[in-house]
Every structure is written in C-alpha cells, then in structure tokens.
Design a protein around this ligand. Structure first.
Ligand SMILES: [Zn+2]
Ligand SMILES: [Zn+2]
Ligand SMILES: [Zn+2]
Length: 175
C-alpha cells in the first residue's frame, strides 16, 4: 500500500474511493464514517478529493471541431467544454478554445397527469441533482425571462431516487 492510501491525520488506511451523487470522487479515512441521522462525520474526518477524469464525449466543439469533454465543477455542476481548453496556472488565464456549454438538467416523461391543466407531467432533474415534477407545457422565455405555460411544479425530496444522500453538501470544500 502506498503512502497515498494512508490518512495524513491519523495514519489509518483510507477507505475505497466513493462517488458522490453529482459524480465527484472522494476517499474517506477508514476510521471515519458519515452518520445520516446526526448529519455529522464520526471518527476521523479526513477526506481526500480525487481528480475526476474528464469524460470525452462523442460530440465535437461547434467552434473548433475538437472533441468535447464532460467536466464537473467543484460545486457539482456539469458542463461540456472543448478538450483543447486548459488553465494556464502561471498566467492565471484560460488558454485554448473557450467553448463551454452548461448542462442544465434533464427531463424524463412521466405517466402522470398535471392536476392543474391535465397535460402530462415530466420529471426534471436540475444540474445539481434536485428533482421536481413539472407540467410538460411549462417553459422558459429566454428573451422576456419569464416562465411560460402551466406553472405546476412539485419539488421532490432529494432522496426521491433509490440512491440515498451521502451528506455531500456537508463535506468540507475541495482543496
Ligand atoms: Zn484518519
Ligand atoms: Zn473548441
Ligand atoms: Zn399543467
């Protein structure tokens, strides 16, 4: 076992890497654990954030034609960006192609009827993993910046899906 797998706080081995709901990877100290009841870490609270390898997508950049990659920010937001872009740590500026497209969430059709207007509902998952049921006739007018269509929205608890929260929102910030 390399030093990489030893907790610098207490010397215990680190646990296996786990993935958070938003796709970030971390390794906890094996003596520490997350208590969902108290929403506190128990035992050693050391957490090592792992670099998430950007996933190369089967899409090309509309600006320069290079492949796009899927990147996840430290706040768990997802975006597509050009694989030729990178960060110049010395000059403190981005270099390469500057194409970025934020991924704003996904919609899935539901077999449920809107109580307000009788249209179908859709399940909407926001970019940071929150879920709501909303009316399929609803939309957003980008020019006027107003919601259009039926306003019915029903927010779902974050643990709506089978996966349970691992307390990601309570973790210390990434270094
Ligand atoms: Zn430790
Ligand atoms: Zn590009
Ligand atoms: Zn409706």
């Amino acid at each position: 076992m390399s030093d990489d797998n030893i907790c610098p706080k207490c010397g215990s081995p680190l646990a296996d890497p786990t993935e958070t709901q938003s796709g970030r990877k971390l390794q906890r100290c094996s003596t520490g654990s997350w208590n969902p009841q108290t929403k506190k870490n128990e035992g050693c609270d050391y957490i090592k954030w792992l670099q998430v390898e950007p996933k190369i997508l089967d899409e090309s950049c509309p600006k320069c034609g290079a492949p796009l990659v899927l990147a996840i920010t430290r706040f768990g937001k997802k975006m597509k960006k050009c694989s030729t872009s990178s960060w110049d740590a010395v000059a403190k500026k981005a270099i390469g192609c500057d194409f970025i497209e934020w991924i704003n969430g996904t919609t899935e059709p539901l077999d449920e009827i809107c109580p307000k207007c009788g249209s179908k509902l859709v399940l909407y998952t926001t970019a940071n993993g929150k879920k709501m049921k909303k009316c399929s006739t609803s939309g957003w007018d980008k020019e006027k910046k107003v919601a259009t269509g039926c306003p019915h929205v029903e927010w779902l608890p974050t643990n709506y899906s089978k996966s349970t929260t691992d307390g990601e929102e309570f973790l210390p910030p990434e270094e």
